[in-house]
Design a protein around this ligand. Structure first.
Ligand SMILES: [Zn+2]
Ligand SMILES: [Zn+2]
Length: 345
């Protein structure tokens, strides 16, 4: 079982290039799967060591967080080890029958090494344990129930960050202007302060943020808190399986992998950060020491050579050492830009 002869190997020593090469040379398929669960893990370090040894023996790659409040995993499992992997997971009482979300449009090559980290929280939320009760979460709604609740006039809140809701959202949703989930929770409580007795609908990408957000709102006196089961990802899956269900999501669903966003309706609800033309394509600034995530149209891509500003165009042409020196000098400016979301020249 243990490829390291009983010795704990908790990080991957293989260089990135070698690891990518190893992945490319594989002659089998991988299944990309994500799952999370709020559970009590009394000794997260022991739990992590245990999982790491087993998953390494199944050649699992990916990123997983373990905390006293639960587990959050995004991994890829070799197809031929899948059955054994799933059976093994089922042996943990707390993980029994955990709902797997298997990526459909994916070649399984999303990760090239395995990391399992112990964190304070599986989702950074800035809350103390007295702020919520993870066992008292909102009611889970499927796509049909969700649509009905919207039609009945419930308040819809997008629990994602501004750059996610900018390119796609449910019609009429409140989309807080925040960069992190941590900022968002108290803000949402404030925005909804006069709606404590009304039905509230929460949604996010895959459902995990709403587990916490709904527990938090209920703990703070909200009477009728509901959440979209499995998030936008599962909403879309249900729509594909049941074409008679009306789609109420406009634009694209932002995702954190190479694709950046999955188109859900034909509407383009955002605009290029440089020229304001309708556009919902995210890109990272081509100047590696800027790396700003922003929306850029094809025209501006040409004009700015894949950068967010002419400054960055200049900088992207420097050598690595020149760039490093300059970025130390410009540190303040760079952070300022990031907070402004995008720089216009
Ligand atoms: Zn443009
Ligand atoms: Zn830039």
């Amino acid at each position: 079982m243990d490829p390291n002869g009983g010795k704990k190997k908790l990080f991957n020593k293989l260089g990135k290039e070698k690891a990518v090469e190893r992945l490319d040379n594989e002659d089998f398929n991988r299944i990309t799967v994500s799952f999370y669960k709020y559970i009590i893990i009394t000794d997260p370090y022991q739990f992590r060591d245990d999982l790491f040894a087993k998953w390494a023996s199944f050649s699992v790659y990916g990123r997983t967080y373990v905390a006293q409040e639960g587990i959050n995993a995004q991994i890829s499992v070799p197809e031929h080890n899948w059955k054994e992997f799933a059976e093994d997971l089922n042996q943990y009482d707390v993980l029994e029958n955990i709902p797997f979300k298997i990526a459909v449009e994916d070649n399984g090559k999303s990760f090239f090494k395995l990391t399992i980290k112990v964190r304070n929280k599986i989702v950074a939320d800035g809350l103390s344990i007295d702020d919520y009760d993870v066992t008292n979460v909102g009611t889970h709604l499927n796509a049909r129930e969700w649509n009905n609740a919207i039609d009945a006039g419930a308040t819809v809140v997008d629990m994602r960050n501004h750059y996610e809701s900018e390119i796609g959202r449910f019609e009429g949703a409140i989309c807080p202007d925040v960069e992190t989930f941590k900022e968002e929770l108290p803000l949402v409580k404030e925005i909804l302060d006069d709606k404590k007795d009304n039905p509230v609908l929460l949604y996010c990408t895959g459902g995990i943020r709403c587990e916490k957000a709904s527990a938090y709102l209920k703990h703070h006196g909200f009477k009728d808190v509901n959440q979209l089961h499995g998030g936008i990802i599962d909403y879309v899956r249900q729509l594909k399986e049941n074409p008679e269900i009306e789609n109420k999501f406009v634009g694209k669903n932002f995702v954190f992998d190479e694709r950046r966003g999955e188109r859900i309706s034909d509407d383009i609800i955002s605009s290029c950060h440089q020229c304001d033309d309708a556009c919902d394509e995210h890109t990272n600034c081509n100047n590696v020491s800027c790396n700003l995530l922003f929306i850029q149209c094809e025209k501006c891509k040409d004009k700015y050579e894949n950068c967010c500003s002419f400054d960055c165009v200049e900088m992207s042409k420097l050598t690595e050492i020149e760039r490093k020196l300059l970025s130390i000098e410009n540190k303040k400016k760079r952070i300022f830009h990031r907070h402004k979301k995008v720089k216009l020249n």
